[in-house]
Design a protein around this ligand. Structure first.
Ligand code: KDO
Length: 337
């Protein structure tokens, strides 16, 4: 997890050395053999990883080699934005929660029950309301947010069988040690759900579930299958508490060193891979429940109104909500169905 000190240091070093680094990148871009390194905590078989490897990589192959690092092997989860800002990484699949570590107002996109579905995420990302958010990340961190990727509806997934714990309302999660990713926005959401959240890196989740170090985790169904969480859990309450997204984050240094044609190609490649990954993920999300059930995991729908009301009430008057620019939540809601 990145510390506040690290984040400040990253911002300062980007401001101080941005110009020098930019000159270095431009000379690389003018020549040949550019490499776009990409870091993610996700696996090679994750739909977003597949989309970048199968769609993005071939589209930029005329001028850049795409080099992905999966499972947090290049950079640990949560440190990728720092790495891009420092010029050590070209791209990552980042989250609003990670961006909120630098720019608290991004917590609005990480808030429970705000985005309604994948199409809503796309409308929000492409709307003018996003422009000041994107500009700030670009100007102050040196990171361009190229496109929005769909991760999916996050649900509560526990080790206990339903006969031991039946999660119908937030009160039923009292005392449940729920693994959530390690940033403030995630921990806030875990508490808002009624659970006792524990921060843990994505790559540690399977082991923590199998040893009982945590009682559960939250992720969309495709992730439950991709990471085989069904082997070490017994139930999924379909809370849909977050229609989760990621952004394709790209180094502004590298971007500025590209020709206008190359920039267009990179942008198109990012959009095309995001669309491809979204369709794949939606398809899996809609078709994996039977498989998961066949592995002995109960899947059921809790009292969604109780969860939605409770989660939304926690954000009202919170520090997170205080950072949201006036009117943005209304604009996001207006872009919904
Ligand atoms: C996770 O750690 O649970 C999470 O799903 C959070 C997301 O923001 C994203 O970073 C994702 O992990 C990784 O890409 C691995 O799928």
């Amino acid at each position: 997890m990145i510390t506040k000190l690290t984040r400040r240091a990253a911002l300062a070093s980007f401001a101080a050395f941005g110009l020098a680094a930019n000159v270095a990148t431009m000379s690389i871009a003018a020549g040949h053999g550019m490499t776009f390194t990409m870091a993610t905590a996700g696996s090679e078989t994750d739909a977003r990883s597949v989309a970048l490897a199968d769609v993005f990589a071939p589209m930029v192959a005329g001028f850049a080699e795409y080099k992905p690092g999966y499972n947090g092997t290049l950079f640990a989860q949560g440190t990728e934005l720092d790495a891009i800002a420092r010029g050590n990484l070209t791209m990552s699949i980042t989250s609003a929660q990670e961006l909120a570590q630098f720019f608290p107002e991004f917590s609005i996109f990480a808030t429970g029950y705000v985005h309604q579905d994948a199409a809503h995420q796309v409308r929000v990302f492409n709307d003018a309301l996003m422009d000041p958010f994107k500009k700030k990340v670009e100007d102050e961190l040196g990171v361009k947010l190229l496109s929005v990727m769909y991760l999916g509806r996050r649900h509560v997934n526990l080790r206990f069988p339903r006969s031991e714990k039946n999660i119908m309302t937030p009160a039923d999660l009292a005392g449940v040690n729920l693994r959530m990713p390690g940033t403030d926005a995630w921990q806030f959401l875990g508490k808002a759900l009624g659970a006792s959240p524990t921060p843990l890196a994505f790559t540690e989740v399977y082991t923590a579930l199998s040893t009982g170090a945590v009682d559960g985790q939250d992720n969309p169904l495709p992730t439950v299958v991709d990471k085989k969480f069904y082997e070490v859990t017994k139930q999924i309450a379909l809370t849909s508490h977050l229609v989760d997204l990621n952004y394709i984050a790209f180094s502004k240094e590298t971007w500025d060193g590209l020709t206008p044609e190359q920039q267009l190609t990179v942008q198109r490649a990012a959009d095309a891979s995001a669309s491809y990954g979204r369709l794949k993920q939606l398809d899996m999300e809609n078709n994996l429940a039977d498989f998961i059930r066949s592995q002995g995991v109960e899947i059921y729908t809790p009292d969604l109104a109780a969860f939605r009301n409770h989660v939304q009430a926690q954000y009202v008057g919170s520090d997170a909500a205080a950072s949201w620019p006036d009117g943005v939540l209304d604009r996001i809601n207006a872009l919904g169905n």
